[in-house]
Design a protein around this ligand. Sequence first.
Ligand code: FPP
Length: 262
Amino acid sequence: MTSVPHHLAIVMDGNGRWATRRFLPRVAGHRQGLEALRRCARDCAERGVRVLTVFAFSSENWARPADEVSGLMDLLASALSREVPELSRQGVQLHFVGDTAGLTERVADGLRRAEQATAHNQRLVLNVCFNYGGRWDIAQAAAKLVAQGREITPDNLDGAMALAHVPHPDMLIRTGGELRLSNFLLWQCAYSELVFTDCLWPDFDGARLDDALAQYAQRQRRFGLAPEQAQTLAKHTLAQAAPSVAANPAVTPLVAAPRAVA
Ligand code: FPP
């Protein structure tokens, strides 16, 4: 059994402060943040993480100064043209998660093309949440079910959420020292292990990732069960020990690698 999280989610916070401390414009921090993301995707794949989901632009970020918003849009557009071939070479399958209605046709088209170009890759699923909010996700899933005339149940909602193609995150890391979720993956992080670090995102490196993975390895995951039941779960497969938990897509692997219960 491995104690490496199958799915890691990250709130990449601290780009602005990283830049301000160096008397640079905030967008320089986001540029450096993109470097950190590239490094983190590589480090995650090397350590056996199979799904990485990052918060790149929230539904609320539109209210930031116009030059910062346009800087982030430009960064996304240039990342789409520059990064995709190398990510694909590394076996990364890209997904953009969020409300594309708010994006320009050029950017939305670039996102779709990047997804198509990397759809066959199997080493790491990288979900980039852009124009995303947890409340938006729950609302759009409910609206989808209503439009289909289906009942609103946890399982049906789960299948209609924007991250339905992967199991729920096992661990969520937030850099930058703030202790909140900021409307990220509100539904999906119900049982995720949370790790907070003061490290600013552009400084997040393999050693910081290893620190977080070491914390994860120490945690006992219980999914609402009693500690002694959870211990049993660690010894058996989820399907044998707790069918009701195993039936939840949150703990069922949807990409190739077998998922450990830790
Ligand atoms: C939060 O830091 C970070 C963001 C709002 C943007 C995150 C974007 C990247 C890491 C770059 C990746 C980009 C793409 C296009 C994939 P903050 O600005 O709130 O930092 P602060 O709390 O120090 O002000």
